[in-house]
Design a protein around this ligand. Structure first.
Ligand code: GLN
Length: 535
């Protein structure tokens, strides 16, 4: 096999243009041509990882199989490529500096002055090339977070400049920009793109391909003009016009031969044009679905849908495979009261209680769960959502008044959810939760077993608190069953009320493990129950 090829994806003009989706789409197209591909995200912030960040900052924190708290773009990479990412797929400025400073303390620099160039850039380059050498990929696509021209991203762009020089024809740069439409003049404007490419050039990087984000289709003349001004071949200027779903972007890029042009530029066999059969099948199902399911997601970060990105996508995938459209309603748990809960939830065909941390909005989750349980609405509790299911049941069915999680009230008389033993000595907040994939054994005959169709599964986790084993008998006797158990530690991972249509909570996060081609079985089962319920 030839050497690993490195493709960099940078962004200009403004942020939030969807670099992650473009990187994932390109990855998908190359993968479909038979290549081994991985995608990496470099984040210019100083946090070691996004685990300590409030979701309002950068949206959801994604979790990899190997227990890394990662940027949500890794979720897109997995959903598109259907292959797991790892710790090495997400690097921040903080981690780069931490590694360099640790080496300095050990004396590894032998008395040298430690500097951004070459020491920080060497460490960045090492982390990029690591993916190629350690895992034997044909293509490593590296997305550089932020926008060209940011002070923070300078060392990353400088590393790209150096790598282009070192790797020669094994390296290529795709730059994503924005072409605004000025309504008053009825014109699209390419000047911001020209400026952004100039900025990139002034940092020593010439893009090989441009992707122009636009709300209006751009004609050939505009594309040619951009090519001319930016030193890019005319056929290497792509446009990414707004589409109804991000999952159409790979097809949009395929139409413009993005993958072929890249393979040609990198001197790689072009191979056969992929039919993308499974992918198109998913899109057809999505387009052809007639009936709509209305699902309420109860959480406290609902003003920012990115805070629940993987849940939104998992629900969409499951709805699509159940041949339904999804009308996802974001419901603010903070705003739910005993008076308005019935009104707020009565039009929902199904309810999801979101993960989360801390006291805010928690009472609204209990009220929602009481309503859902008493009215037998299909309900799915995820992580904190599962813990809330347990607490609500303890309070209102077992009559353990003031039952709670010790996270919310350390002095509760009934600690039905309590800090895990291994967490009691933890002092550092970063990377110290129970993280990543763990085994779970499912009870035959349960809903969760039926959903997965097997006894042994693995799902990813991110939590510090757990179901308190001392109360297990009491719950089981009164009708809430523990149907998924970690075989190594005995930890309760799944609870359900068998007599309800579908009332199930999981301590793990199945949403991190649901892709376009293989949707998560539990989401499929939940949505199926929602469909039945609607009938
Ligand atoms: N706050 C809860 C815990 O730490 C739930 C975490 C979550 O929902 N991810 O156990």
């Amino acid at each position: 096999m030839a050497d690993t090829k490195y493709i960099f994806v940078t962004g200009g003009v403004i942020s939030s243009l969807g670099k992650g989706i473009i990187a994932a789409s390109l990855g998908k197209l190359l993968q479909e041509r038979g290549y081994k591909v991985t995608i990496q995200k470099l984040d210019p912030y100083i946090n070691i990882d996004p685990g300590t960040l409030n979701p309002y900052e950068h949206g959801e924190c994604y979790v990899t199989v190997d227990g890394h708290e990662a940027d949500l773009d890794l979720g897109h990479y997995e959903r598109f490529l259907n292959t797991p990412t790892h710790k090495d797929n997400n690097i921040t400025t903080g981690r780069i500096y931490q590694n360099v400073i640790n080496k300095e303390r050990k004396g590894d620099y032998l008395g040298k002055t430690v500097q951004i160039v070459p020491h920080i850039t060497d460490e960045i380059k090492r982390n990029i090339k690591l993916l190629g050498t350690k895992y034997d990929y044909d293509f490593v696509i590296t997305e550089i977070g932020g926008t060209v021209g940011d002070i923070e991203s300078l060392p990353f762009i400088e590393s790209v400049r150096q790598l282009r020089w070192e790797l020669g024809r094994n390296c290529l740069c795709v730059h994503l920009t924005y072409v605004p439409y000025i309504a008053a003049a009825k014109e699209v404007k390419t000047k911001p793109t020209q400026h952004s490419v100039k900025q990139l050039q002034s940092e020593g990087v010439q893009p090989d391909m441009l992707v122009l984000r636009t709300e209006h289709r751009l004609n050939k003349d505009i594309l040619r003009k951009v090519a001319l001004f930016c030193n890019v071949e005319a056929d290497a200027v792509m446009q990414s016009v707004d589409v109804p779903t991000i999952y159409e972007v790979p097809l949009l890029m395929q139409e413009q031969k993005m993958d072929e042009i890249i393979l040609r530029k990198l001197n790689m066999p072009i191979k056969e044009k992929p039919a993308m059969k499974d992918w198109r099948n998913f899109l057809d199902k999505k387009k052809n679905a007639k009936e709509t399911l209305r699902i309420g997601l109860v959480g406290k970060y609902v003003e920012l849908p990115d805070a629940y990105k993987s849940i939104n996508e998992s629900l969409l995938q499951a709805a699509t495979y159940n041949e339904r459209k999804l009308d996802l309603q974001f419901i603010h748990s903070d705003k739910i009261t005993a008076e308005n809960v019935a009104n707020t939830l009565s039009s929902m065909d199904g309810i999801v209680i979101a993960p989360g941390f801390g006291q805010r909005g928690i009472e609204g989750k209990f009220l929602s769960l009481k309503y859902a349980r008493e009215n037998d609405v299909p309900t799915f509790g995820i992580c904190l959502g599962m813990q809330c299911m347990v607490i609500e049941y303890a309070r209102n069915v077992l009559k353990l008044e003031e039952a709670n999680s010790t996270e919310m009230n350390p002095h509760t008389p009934f600690k039905v959810i309590d800090l895990m033993e291994g967490q009691k000595t933890v002092t550092n907040m970063g990377g110290s939760m129970r993280l990543g994939a763990y085994n779970c054994t499912l009870l035959k005959g349960s809903k969760v077993y039926e959903a997965y169709g097997k006894e042994k599964i693995q799902e990813r986790h991110r939590h510090r608190f757990e179901f308190n084993e001392d109360y297990r008998d009491e719950f089981e006797k009164s009708g809430m069953r523990c149907t998924g158990i970690n075989p190594e530690t005995g930890l309760v991972e799944v609870v359900e009320i068998p007599e309800k249509k579908w009332f199930l909570g999981v301590q793990f996060h199945p949403e991190y493990n649901s892709t376009v081609i293989s949707p998560n079985p539990l989401f499929l089962s939940f949505v199926k129950a929602v469909v039945e319920n609607k009938k």
